[in-house]
Design a protein around this ligand. Structure first.
Ligand SMILES: Cc1cc2nc3c(=O)[nH]c(=O)nc-3n(C[C@H](O)[C@H](O)[C@H](O)COP(=O)(O)OP(=O)(O)OC[C@H]3O[C@@H](n4cnc5c(N)ncnc54)[C@H](O)[C@@H]3O)c2cc1C
Length: 316
Protein backbone atom coordinates (compact mmCIF):
# COMPACT_ATOMS: atom_id res chain seq x y z
CA UNK A 1 0.00 0.00 0.00
CA UNK A 2 1.02 3.59 -0.59
CA UNK A 3 -0.25 5.94 2.09
CA UNK A 4 -0.63 9.71 1.72
CA UNK A 5 -1.07 12.21 4.53
CA UNK A 6 -0.87 15.97 4.82
CA UNK A 7 -2.74 18.41 7.04
CA UNK A 8 -2.79 20.66 3.95
CA UNK A 9 -5.49 19.41 1.58
CA UNK A 10 -3.90 20.87 -1.57
CA UNK A 11 -0.59 19.26 -0.78
CA UNK A 12 -2.28 15.92 -0.09
CA UNK A 13 -3.92 16.12 -3.55
CA UNK A 14 -0.52 16.75 -5.15
CA UNK A 15 0.97 13.75 -3.33
CA UNK A 16 -1.95 11.58 -4.46
CA UNK A 17 -0.79 12.05 -8.04
CA UNK A 18 2.66 10.60 -7.24
CA UNK A 19 1.10 7.91 -5.02
CA UNK A 20 -1.19 6.81 -7.89
CA UNK A 21 1.78 6.58 -10.24
CA UNK A 22 3.76 4.49 -7.72
CA UNK A 23 0.65 2.43 -6.93
CA UNK A 24 0.17 1.54 -10.60
CA UNK A 25 3.83 0.68 -11.11
CA UNK A 26 4.08 -1.43 -7.97
CA UNK A 27 0.50 -2.82 -8.12
CA UNK A 28 -0.41 -1.34 -4.75
CA UNK A 29 -3.52 0.39 -3.46
CA UNK A 30 -3.40 4.05 -2.58
CA UNK A 31 -4.68 5.10 0.84
CA UNK A 32 -5.31 8.72 1.77
CA UNK A 33 -5.67 9.60 5.42
CA UNK A 34 -7.45 12.64 6.74
CA UNK A 35 -7.44 13.38 10.43
CA UNK A 36 -10.75 14.91 11.40
CA UNK A 37 -11.66 16.29 7.94
CA UNK A 38 -14.32 14.03 6.51
CA UNK A 39 -15.22 16.74 3.99
CA UNK A 40 -11.94 16.07 2.09
CA UNK A 41 -12.78 12.41 1.41
CA UNK A 42 -14.64 12.65 -1.90
CA UNK A 43 -11.98 14.87 -3.45
CA UNK A 44 -9.28 12.46 -2.31
CA UNK A 45 -11.13 9.61 -4.03
CA UNK A 46 -11.64 11.64 -7.19
CA UNK A 47 -7.95 12.52 -7.27
CA UNK A 48 -6.55 9.01 -7.04
CA UNK A 49 -7.14 7.39 -3.62
CA UNK A 50 -8.52 3.83 -3.61
CA UNK A 51 -9.33 4.08 0.07
CA UNK A 52 -9.80 7.14 2.27
CA UNK A 53 -9.45 6.65 6.00
CA UNK A 54 -11.15 9.36 8.01
CA UNK A 55 -9.56 9.27 11.42
CA UNK A 56 -12.17 10.55 13.84
CA UNK A 57 -10.50 12.10 16.80
CA UNK A 58 -11.19 14.61 19.52
CA UNK A 59 -7.75 16.09 18.73
CA UNK A 60 -8.61 18.73 16.13
CA UNK A 61 -5.49 20.83 16.44
CA UNK A 62 -2.29 19.41 15.03
CA UNK A 63 -0.24 17.88 17.79
CA UNK A 64 2.71 15.79 16.71
CA UNK A 65 2.47 13.14 19.44
CA UNK A 66 -1.21 12.39 18.85
CA UNK A 67 -1.07 12.56 15.07
CA UNK A 68 1.97 10.26 15.02
CA UNK A 69 0.09 7.78 17.15
CA UNK A 70 -2.91 7.91 14.78
CA UNK A 71 -0.76 7.29 11.70
CA UNK A 72 1.23 4.56 13.47
CA UNK A 73 -2.05 2.85 14.31
CA UNK A 74 -3.21 2.99 10.66
CA UNK A 75 0.20 1.91 9.41
CA UNK A 76 0.29 -1.17 11.59
CA UNK A 77 -3.20 -2.20 10.51
CA UNK A 78 -2.68 -1.68 6.78
CA UNK A 79 1.00 -2.58 6.49
CA UNK A 80 1.81 0.32 4.17
CA UNK A 81 5.13 0.11 2.46
CA UNK A 82 5.42 3.66 1.20
CA UNK A 83 4.24 6.70 3.12
CA UNK A 84 4.21 10.09 1.40
CA UNK A 85 3.83 13.00 3.81
CA UNK A 86 3.43 16.68 2.89
CA UNK A 87 6.67 18.46 3.67
CA UNK A 88 5.44 21.43 5.64
CA UNK A 89 6.43 22.19 9.23
CA UNK A 90 3.91 19.80 10.76
CA UNK A 91 4.55 17.10 8.16
CA UNK A 92 8.30 17.04 8.76
CA UNK A 93 7.86 16.70 12.51
CA UNK A 94 5.30 13.97 11.98
CA UNK A 95 7.46 12.06 9.51
CA UNK A 96 10.49 12.08 11.80
CA UNK A 97 8.48 10.83 14.77
CA UNK A 98 6.72 8.18 12.70
CA UNK A 99 10.05 6.95 11.33
CA UNK A 100 11.40 6.59 14.86
CA UNK A 101 8.29 4.72 16.04
CA UNK A 102 8.31 2.35 13.05
CA UNK A 103 12.09 2.05 12.83
CA UNK A 104 11.71 3.17 9.22
CA UNK A 105 13.92 5.05 6.77
CA UNK A 106 12.82 8.63 6.12
CA UNK A 107 13.93 11.10 3.43
CA UNK A 108 12.78 14.72 3.73
CA UNK A 109 11.98 17.34 1.09
CA UNK A 110 12.22 15.13 -1.98
CA UNK A 111 11.79 16.65 -5.40
CA UNK A 112 11.76 13.31 -7.23
CA UNK A 113 10.48 9.89 -6.16
CA UNK A 114 10.69 6.86 -8.46
CA UNK A 115 11.44 3.17 -8.61
CA UNK A 116 14.86 2.14 -9.86
CA UNK A 117 16.29 -1.39 -9.72
CA UNK A 118 13.08 -2.30 -7.85
CA UNK A 119 13.97 0.09 -5.06
CA UNK A 120 12.22 3.27 -4.06
CA UNK A 121 14.57 6.08 -5.01
CA UNK A 122 14.43 9.72 -4.00
CA UNK A 123 16.20 12.91 -4.99
CA UNK A 124 16.53 16.02 -2.85
CA UNK A 125 18.47 19.27 -3.00
CA UNK A 126 21.34 19.48 -0.49
CA UNK A 127 24.17 21.89 0.42
CA UNK A 128 21.98 24.97 -0.08
CA UNK A 129 21.08 23.87 -3.57
CA UNK A 130 24.58 23.06 -4.78
CA UNK A 131 24.08 19.29 -5.07
CA UNK A 132 21.37 16.68 -5.43
CA UNK A 133 21.36 13.64 -3.12
CA UNK A 134 20.06 10.47 -4.76
CA UNK A 135 19.04 7.90 -2.13
CA UNK A 136 17.50 4.43 -2.09
CA UNK A 137 15.62 2.70 0.69
CA UNK A 138 16.88 -0.68 1.85
CA UNK A 139 14.10 -1.54 4.31
CA UNK A 140 10.34 -1.18 4.82
CA UNK A 141 8.37 0.93 5.51
CA UNK A 142 9.68 3.89 3.54
CA UNK A 143 8.76 7.41 4.56
CA UNK A 144 9.17 10.30 2.12
CA UNK A 145 8.23 13.94 2.64
CA UNK A 146 7.47 16.09 -0.42
CA UNK A 147 7.10 19.89 -0.48
CA UNK A 148 4.20 21.65 -2.18
CA UNK A 149 4.28 22.34 -5.95
CA UNK A 150 6.57 19.43 -6.79
CA UNK A 151 3.63 17.62 -8.39
CA UNK A 152 0.31 18.82 -9.77
CA UNK A 153 -2.89 17.16 -8.53
CA UNK A 154 -4.54 14.76 -10.96
CA UNK A 155 -7.63 16.16 -12.67
CA UNK A 156 -10.74 15.14 -10.71
CA UNK A 157 -12.29 11.90 -11.92
CA UNK A 158 -15.76 11.42 -10.40
CA UNK A 159 -15.80 7.86 -11.80
CA UNK A 160 -12.71 6.76 -9.88
CA UNK A 161 -13.94 4.07 -7.54
CA UNK A 162 -12.87 3.69 -3.95
CA UNK A 163 -14.16 3.48 -0.42
CA UNK A 164 -14.31 5.80 2.53
CA UNK A 165 -13.82 4.26 5.95
CA UNK A 166 -14.25 6.07 9.24
CA UNK A 167 -12.04 5.05 12.12
CA UNK A 168 -12.33 6.21 15.67
CA UNK A 169 -8.80 6.57 16.92
CA UNK A 170 -8.10 8.31 20.16
CA UNK A 171 -4.50 7.81 21.06
CA UNK A 172 -3.28 7.24 24.57
CA UNK A 173 -3.19 10.34 26.78
CA UNK A 174 0.02 12.30 26.26
CA UNK A 175 1.96 14.21 28.88
CA UNK A 176 1.64 17.64 27.21
CA UNK A 177 -1.28 19.70 25.96
CA UNK A 178 -1.69 22.79 23.75
CA UNK A 179 -2.73 25.80 25.81
CA UNK A 180 -2.92 28.45 23.11
CA UNK A 181 -2.18 28.84 19.39
CA UNK A 182 -1.18 32.28 18.10
CA UNK A 183 -1.27 32.65 14.34
CA UNK A 184 1.61 34.57 12.76
CA UNK A 185 0.62 37.92 11.25
CA UNK A 186 0.09 37.61 7.53
CA UNK A 187 -0.53 40.23 4.83
CA UNK A 188 -2.81 37.76 3.11
CA UNK A 189 -0.36 37.34 0.21
CA UNK A 190 -0.31 33.92 -1.37
CA UNK A 191 2.74 33.73 -3.62
CA UNK A 192 2.48 29.94 -3.86
CA UNK A 193 -0.75 30.09 -5.86
CA UNK A 194 0.06 33.22 -7.89
CA UNK A 195 0.13 32.97 -11.69
CA UNK A 196 2.20 36.14 -12.16
CA UNK A 197 4.86 37.27 -9.69
CA UNK A 198 7.07 40.35 -9.85
CA UNK A 199 9.92 40.00 -7.38
CA UNK A 200 12.39 42.45 -5.90
CA UNK A 201 15.86 42.03 -4.47
CA UNK A 202 18.75 44.01 -3.06
CA UNK A 203 18.97 45.99 -6.31
CA UNK A 204 16.36 48.32 -4.74
CA UNK A 205 17.89 51.17 -2.78
CA UNK A 206 15.01 51.91 -0.43
CA UNK A 207 11.71 50.49 0.73
CA UNK A 208 9.58 53.14 -1.02
CA UNK A 209 11.04 52.10 -4.39
CA UNK A 210 9.20 48.78 -4.19
CA UNK A 211 6.24 50.72 -5.59
CA UNK A 212 7.90 50.19 -8.99
CA UNK A 213 7.39 46.46 -8.57
CA UNK A 214 3.83 46.95 -7.30
CA UNK A 215 3.01 49.05 -10.36
CA UNK A 216 4.30 46.41 -12.78
CA UNK A 217 2.53 43.63 -10.85
CA UNK A 218 -0.72 45.63 -10.97
CA UNK A 219 -0.54 46.27 -14.68
CA UNK A 220 0.20 42.59 -15.35
CA UNK A 221 -2.94 41.82 -13.36
CA UNK A 222 -0.79 39.59 -11.20
CA UNK A 223 -0.80 41.86 -8.19
CA UNK A 224 1.58 39.48 -6.49
CA UNK A 225 4.90 40.72 -5.28
CA UNK A 226 7.68 38.38 -4.27
CA UNK A 227 11.15 39.06 -2.91
CA UNK A 228 14.54 37.60 -2.15
CA UNK A 229 15.57 36.73 1.39
CA UNK A 230 17.36 39.98 2.31
CA UNK A 231 14.25 42.05 1.52
CA UNK A 232 12.10 40.03 3.96
CA UNK A 233 14.57 38.67 6.47
CA UNK A 234 17.24 41.39 6.82
CA UNK A 235 15.69 44.67 5.67
CA UNK A 236 12.14 43.65 6.60
CA UNK A 237 10.72 45.81 3.79
CA UNK A 238 8.18 43.08 3.02
CA UNK A 239 6.71 40.35 5.20
CA UNK A 240 7.88 36.74 5.01
CA UNK A 241 4.73 35.94 2.98
CA UNK A 242 6.62 37.38 -0.02
CA UNK A 243 9.93 35.53 0.53
CA UNK A 244 10.80 33.12 -2.27
CA UNK A 245 13.51 30.48 -2.26
CA UNK A 246 14.98 27.51 -0.52
CA UNK A 247 14.04 28.75 2.94
CA UNK A 248 11.07 30.80 1.73
CA UNK A 249 8.10 29.88 -0.45
CA UNK A 250 8.37 27.62 -3.47
CA UNK A 251 6.46 29.11 -6.40
CA UNK A 252 5.42 27.97 -9.87
CA UNK A 253 3.77 30.93 -11.63
CA UNK A 254 3.31 31.22 -15.39
CA UNK A 255 5.44 34.38 -15.33
CA UNK A 256 8.19 35.35 -12.86
CA UNK A 257 9.87 38.74 -13.18
CA UNK A 258 13.03 39.06 -11.07
CA UNK A 259 14.11 42.67 -10.55
CA UNK A 260 17.47 43.42 -8.96
CA UNK A 261 17.94 39.82 -7.83
CA UNK A 262 21.38 38.25 -8.33
CA UNK A 263 20.12 34.69 -8.80
CA UNK A 264 21.91 32.82 -6.03
CA UNK A 265 21.03 29.13 -6.01
CA UNK A 266 18.95 29.51 -2.83
CA UNK A 267 16.63 31.95 -4.59
CA UNK A 268 16.52 29.91 -7.79
CA UNK A 269 15.52 26.81 -5.76
CA UNK A 270 12.20 28.50 -4.99
CA UNK A 271 11.25 29.76 -8.48
CA UNK A 272 13.06 27.56 -11.02
CA UNK A 273 9.81 25.80 -12.02
CA UNK A 274 8.18 29.06 -13.18
CA UNK A 275 6.83 29.02 -16.75
CA UNK A 276 8.62 32.06 -18.17
CA UNK A 277 11.35 33.83 -16.21
CA UNK A 278 12.28 37.45 -16.99
CA UNK A 279 15.27 39.01 -15.25
CA UNK A 280 16.21 42.68 -14.94
CA UNK A 281 19.73 43.29 -13.64
CA UNK A 282 22.39 45.90 -14.31
CA UNK A 283 25.17 43.30 -14.13
CA UNK A 284 25.41 41.36 -17.43
CA UNK A 285 27.26 38.58 -15.55
CA UNK A 286 24.52 38.16 -12.92
CA UNK A 287 23.69 34.49 -12.29
CA UNK A 288 19.97 35.15 -12.68
CA UNK A 289 20.43 35.38 -16.45
CA UNK A 290 21.41 31.69 -16.54
CA UNK A 291 17.94 30.78 -15.31
CA UNK A 292 16.05 33.43 -17.29
CA UNK A 293 14.15 32.98 -20.55
CA UNK A 294 14.41 36.74 -21.18
CA UNK A 295 17.04 39.01 -19.72
CA UNK A 296 17.14 42.81 -19.63
CA UNK A 297 20.55 44.24 -18.75
CA UNK A 298 20.15 47.70 -17.26
CA UNK A 299 19.18 49.86 -14.32
CA UNK A 300 15.83 48.75 -12.89
CA UNK A 301 15.06 52.38 -11.99
CA UNK A 302 15.04 53.20 -15.71
CA UNK A 303 13.63 49.94 -17.02
CA UNK A 304 10.71 49.28 -14.68
CA UNK A 305 8.77 52.54 -15.34
CA UNK A 306 9.32 52.13 -19.10
CA UNK A 307 8.26 48.49 -19.05
CA UNK A 308 5.15 49.26 -16.99
CA UNK A 309 4.18 52.07 -19.36
CA UNK A 310 4.81 49.98 -22.46
CA UNK A 311 2.66 47.12 -21.12
CA UNK A 312 -0.04 49.57 -20.00
CA UNK A 313 -0.32 50.72 -23.61
CA UNK A 314 -0.70 47.15 -24.84
CA UNK A 315 -3.10 45.80 -22.19
CA UNK A 316 -5.63 48.62 -21.72
C1 LIG B 1 20.85 28.34 3.91
C2 LIG B 1 20.51 29.54 3.07
C3 LIG B 1 19.19 29.70 2.67
C4 LIG B 1 18.85 30.80 1.87
N1 LIG B 1 17.55 30.91 1.47
C5 LIG B 1 17.23 31.91 0.63
C6 LIG B 1 15.91 32.00 0.11
O1 LIG B 1 15.00 31.22 0.45
N2 LIG B 1 15.64 33.02 -0.76
C7 LIG B 1 16.59 33.93 -1.16
O2 LIG B 1 16.27 34.81 -1.98
N3 LIG B 1 17.83 33.87 -0.67
C8 LIG B 1 18.18 32.89 0.21
N4 LIG B 1 19.43 32.85 0.72
C9 LIG B 1 20.34 33.99 0.45
C10 LIG B 1 20.99 33.90 -0.92
O3 LIG B 1 22.17 33.16 -0.84
C11 LIG B 1 21.34 35.32 -1.43
O4 LIG B 1 22.14 35.96 -0.47
C12 LIG B 1 20.13 36.18 -1.72
O5 LIG B 1 19.22 35.49 -2.56
C13 LIG B 1 20.58 37.46 -2.42
O6 LIG B 1 19.50 38.32 -2.56
P1 LIG B 1 19.46 39.40 -3.73
O7 LIG B 1 19.66 38.72 -5.04
O8 LIG B 1 18.25 40.21 -3.53
O9 LIG B 1 20.71 40.34 -3.36
P2 LIG B 1 22.16 40.46 -4.01
O10 LIG B 1 22.82 39.15 -4.12
O11 LIG B 1 22.84 41.55 -3.26
O12 LIG B 1 21.87 40.94 -5.51
C14 LIG B 1 21.39 42.20 -5.86
C15 LIG B 1 21.40 42.28 -7.38
O13 LIG B 1 20.82 43.48 -7.79
C16 LIG B 1 21.55 43.96 -8.90
N5 LIG B 1 21.36 45.42 -8.95
C17 LIG B 1 21.85 46.35 -8.07
N6 LIG B 1 21.39 47.57 -8.40
C18 LIG B 1 20.64 47.42 -9.51
C19 LIG B 1 19.89 48.31 -10.32
N7 LIG B 1 19.83 49.62 -10.05
N8 LIG B 1 19.24 47.81 -11.39
C20 LIG B 1 19.29 46.49 -11.68
N9 LIG B 1 19.96 45.59 -10.94
C21 LIG B 1 20.61 46.04 -9.85
C22 LIG B 1 22.98 43.56 -8.66
O14 LIG B 1 23.70 43.47 -9.88
C23 LIG B 1 22.81 42.21 -8.00
O15 LIG B 1 22.85 41.17 -8.96
C24 LIG B 1 19.83 31.76 1.51
C25 LIG B 1 21.14 31.58 1.93
C26 LIG B 1 21.49 30.50 2.69
C27 LIG B 1 22.92 30.32 3.10
Amino acid sequence: MVLVYSDDKKLALELLNKASELGKELHKRVIAVTIGHEEYSTEYLECGADLVIVAETSQHQFKAEEYTSILENIMKEHRNEIILIGSNKNGKELAARLAAKLDAGCVMDCTKVYVQDQKLTTERIVYSGNAIAVEQFTSLPQIVTIPSKVFDPLPKNPHHKGEIVKKKIDGEPFPSKILNVQETKSEGVNVEDAQIIVSCGRGFKKKEDIRLVNELADILKGRTVGCSRPIAADLKWLSEDHWIGLSGHKVKPKLYVACGISGQIQHIAGMRDSGVIVAINKDPEALIFKSADYGIVGDLYEILPKLTNAIKGKIS
